[in-house]
Design a protein around this ligand. Structure first.
Ligand code: XMP
Length: 326
């Protein structure tokens, strides 16, 4: 039970003492942890902090703009926005295997970040939004996806190659403490209470080969789903279905099915809606969303996103299914 203003003041003092007049760089992903870390460090040392936001072109609709609006325009954080979408799509061309896609995205991410960081010659510190559960998880040294999560999120290997010292001001905090800190630092609740979003982004929500056309369709369908989840309030709890689910998203299935539209026959793509409830993301139940909500989302996607003519709902729990489809 801690007092937030005191905590912020102490954390700010600690950062100032640690870095002195040195310059710091931070890889901003748009996620909660790196955003809160950036806001906190910026409060402590202002323009001694430069954030690098590598946009891999696999973010959700308007996500890059939101990150820039909140961090750069509202909070005044210095952010370099690298629009690397073309580069990432180029590297992903022809690659269908999920782990191969993860590796490419992770490697490319590190490379782009490294090039930008290398330009900031006076930087002495690399800041990261590592939180306490990450510290434990790294120590436990897991395999498979967990490794991919680490290597992507924490931009592994960078401190050694860039000769930077590590600054990790959230290392002692649990997720809910990070969220409270974010609110205290002026980050908007929509950002602070966002569902987790995987580092490889839509790259693992487009099954098989990633194509720009697929990403564009998926972004629009997913935006409809998320908007309706946010706007639909459950009368019993007074909460939105976005708040009542732990993670929700749309998956692009690169298969075509037949439909009718007006007088014509369509032959278009399929999407799957996924919404789960979980506390630890190790196990998860599919969410029993109201039929009226599913109906509205389905009808909006099919009517508004030309190129998608069928919407399905994923009723698989974890285990044996995973939360993501790849
Ligand atoms: P799964 O699909 O394994 O997902 O049930 C569990 C949680 O991990 C997230 N996830 C990832 N996060 N990079 C990330 O940063 C990844 O490669 C990755 N794969 C899965 C997933 O979104 C869910 O929250």
């Amino acid at each position: 039970d801690w007092n937030m203003p005191d905590y912020v003041a102490e954390a700010v003092a600690r950062i100032r003492e640690q870095v002195g007049s040195d310059e710091v760089i931070l890889g901003l992903s748009g996620g909660v942890d790196s955003s809160v870390a950036a806001a906190l460090i910026h409060k402590a040392i202002g323009d001694q902090l430069t954030c690098v936001f590598v946009d891999h072109g696999l973010l959700r609709l308007n996500e890059a703009r939101q990150v820039m609006d909140v961090m750069s325009r509202n909070l005044g954080v210095r952010v370099i926005h690298i629009d690397a979408g073309e580069q990432f799509l180029g590297k992903l061309a022809g690659v269908a295997d999920p782990e191969a896609k993860r590796k490419i995205i992770g490697r490319e991410f590190v490379e782009v970040f490294q090039v930008e960081a290398g330009k900031l010659k006076s930087a002495r510190w690399l800041a990261q939004g590592t939180i306490y559960p990450d510290v434990i998880e790294s120590a436990a040294s897991k395999t498979g996806k967990a490794v991919a999560i680490k290597s992507h999120h924490n931009v592994g290997g960078l401190p050694e190659t860039l000769n930077l010292k590590l600054l990790e001001p959230l290392r002692d905090l649990f997720k809910d403490e990070v969220r409270h800190l974010g609110l205290a630092l002026g980050l908007p609740p929509e950002m602070v209470f966002r569902h987790p979003f995987p580092g490889p982004g839509l790259g693992v929500r487009i099954l098989g080969e990633v194509k720009r056309e697929y990403a564009d369709l998926l972004r629009r369908a997913d935006d409809i789903f998320i908007t309706e989840l946010r706007n639909t309030i459950d009368p019993e709890t007074g909460k939105s279905w976005y708040e009542l689910t732990s993670q929700a998203f749309t998956v692009f299935l690169p298969v075509k099915s037949v439909g009718v539209m007006g007088d014509g026959r369509t032959y278009d793509y399929v999407v799957a809606l996924r919404a789960v409830q979980t506390t630890d993301f190790m196990t998860a139940d599919w969410a029993e969303l109201p039929y009226s909500l599913l109906k509205k989302v389905s009808s909006r996607i099919i009517n508004e996103v030309r190129g998608i003519n069928r919407v399905t709902y994923d009723v698989s729990s974890k285990p044996p299914a995973t939360i993501e489809w790849e």
